[in-house]
Design a protein around this ligand. Structure first.
Ligand SMILES: Cc1ncc(COP(=O)(O)O)c(C=O)c1O
Length: 427
């Protein structure tokens, strides 16, 4: 009885079964969350008992044998940090060092951003966490603003800004006809958005399409942003993975910087250092001056504090060591080139195999696209057939992770794709 009275006092009556059962009934109104397309593909792969199954769903680097890789630079950093004292003072000091080095990585070693301390930067829970911190900052200080996301984009962008309470709009980006960039539509949408809108841009290796603007196109985009006084937020999840070069992959951001934009940037070390589980990332937002930067930093720290307190330490030590030790950093850059080269080689091999099999469809986009993913153009029913008949798993939108393609499975994958697209090719 006491429990009933307490429940009623706190408005719990709606959730309480009236007479037959005396148990408290919480959470009855909770149904299952909708499935994330990426998790959906992974779950289907795990449930398949076939030994021949191939996972092209997950965006994590694999070697020529299809095995996950711990980079040598990470192993060397591990050796250096082994036995470190995990002191609080070390954490905050290394955190800021990691943030400084990350900022240099994206805006340039000798950029005024660092020299004049014109940035508010914070260690984040990888790229996802950096995006979420920014979305919170946006809602806090521009509560009526919206975010323009590319159509298409990484599906989680929608979740992140939705859960932060920011309305989402899309701007045209990918052209399914050409399997390339719909540049004129993209420019039109930027032009037609209300002045002073927030836009999310993928600076390189666009996920899921693998389609990036050219340097010339980035310059035009930046000019249009200036005319419209839009705010560019770059989600840099794959620096180094498009071209194999950290500097080249930051070109888009640096064009915007040259043009005088204030920029927000999320960085992730999950893919380019292979530190998926360590959740190390950085959010930086440029400011007009040092004082503004320090005020914004304090706001970011407050947002992070209420969400997760402080970020994990071990990954931070690894990233700091890699970014600050010249030899280990050079090793990292060499390893990035090796990873990128392997993925590019697999793109060529896959396209050649498809052409050798006599597919009359155009597979040029396989080699035109860059980064971890190939947006294959396969229809959902073709993806389903690949799962059922060939045990090959990718997301239902036809995005396949090139990292899962290896010299020993390319022919099998190409043949399977050829079989499921045969009818379409005849049309
Ligand atoms: C475009 C984009 N942004 C952010 C992320 C999140 O990466 P992280 O694992 O670092 O949170 C991903 C991961 O797939 C991504 O593709």
């Amino acid at each position: 009885m006491a429990a009933t009275r307490t429940m009623m006092r706190y408005g719990g009556r709606r959730w309480f079964t009236s007479c037959s059962s005396r148990a408290l009934r919480w959470w009855d109104h909770v149904g299952p969350a909708s499935k994330d397309p990426i998790t959906g593909a992974i779950e289907a792969f795990l449930a398949d008992p076939s030994p021949a199954k191939i996972n092209l769903g997950v965006g994590a680097y694999r070697d020529d044998e299809g095995k996950p890789v711990v980079l040598q630079c990470v192993r060397e950093a591990e050796a250096k940090v082994a036995g470190s004292d995990y002191l609080e003072s070390v954490s905050s000091c290394l955190g800021s060092k990691m943030v400084e080095e990350s900022v240099k990585l994206v805006y340039g070693e000798d950029s005024f951003v660092f020299r004049e301390q014109r940035f508010a930067g914070i260690q984040a829970l990888s790229g996802t966490g950096a995006c979420r911190l920014f979305a919170e900052l946006q809602r806090r200080f521009y509560p009526d603003s919206e975010i323009y996301l590319p159509d298409l984009t990484w599906s989680n962008h929608h979740n992140i800004w939705r859960d932060a309470g920011v309305s989402r709009r899309t701007f045209r980006y990918y052209d399914p006809e050409t399997k390339g960039l719909n540049f004129s539509a993209l420019l039109d949408d930027i032009k037609n958005a209300p002045s002073g809108s927030f836009f999310l841009l993928h600076p390189c290796a666009h996920n899921p399409t693998g389609v990036d603007p050219t340097e010339e196109q980035w310059r035009e985009i930046s000019s249009m942003f200036k005319v419209k006084r839009h705010f560019p937020f770059f989600d840099m999840a794959y620096q180094g993975f498009a071209s194999g070069c950290l500097v080249k992959d930051a070109l888009s951001v640096r064009i915007f910087l040259e043009d005088g934009h204030l920029i927000g940037c999320a960085q992730s070390f999950a893919k380019n250092m292979g530190l998926y589980g360590h959740r190390v990332g950085c959010l930086s937002v440029l400011a007009n001056n040092t004082v503004q930067a320090s005020m914004m930093r304090s706001q970011l720290q407050q947002i992070a504090r209420s969400m997760y307190g402080s970020p994990p330490m071990h990954g931070l030590l690894l990233v700091s060591t890699i970014l600050t030790n010249l030899e280990i950093k050079a090793l990292w850059e060499r390893e990035l080139k090796v990873m990128t080269k392997r993925v590019q080689t697999m793109r060529t091999a896959l396209r050649e195999e498809l052409e050798k099999l006599g597919s009359s469809l155009n597979w040029q986009h396989v080699t035109n696209q860059v980064g971890m993913f190939c947006f294959s153009g396969l229809a959902p029913n073709e993806v389903e057939r690949l799962r059922k008949e060939f045990h090959i798993y990718m997301t239902i939108d036809g995005r396949l992770s090139m990292a899962g393609v290896t010299p020993s499975n390319t022919t099998y994958i190409a043949n399977a794709i050829h079989q499921v697209t045969r009818e379409r090719a005849r049309m």
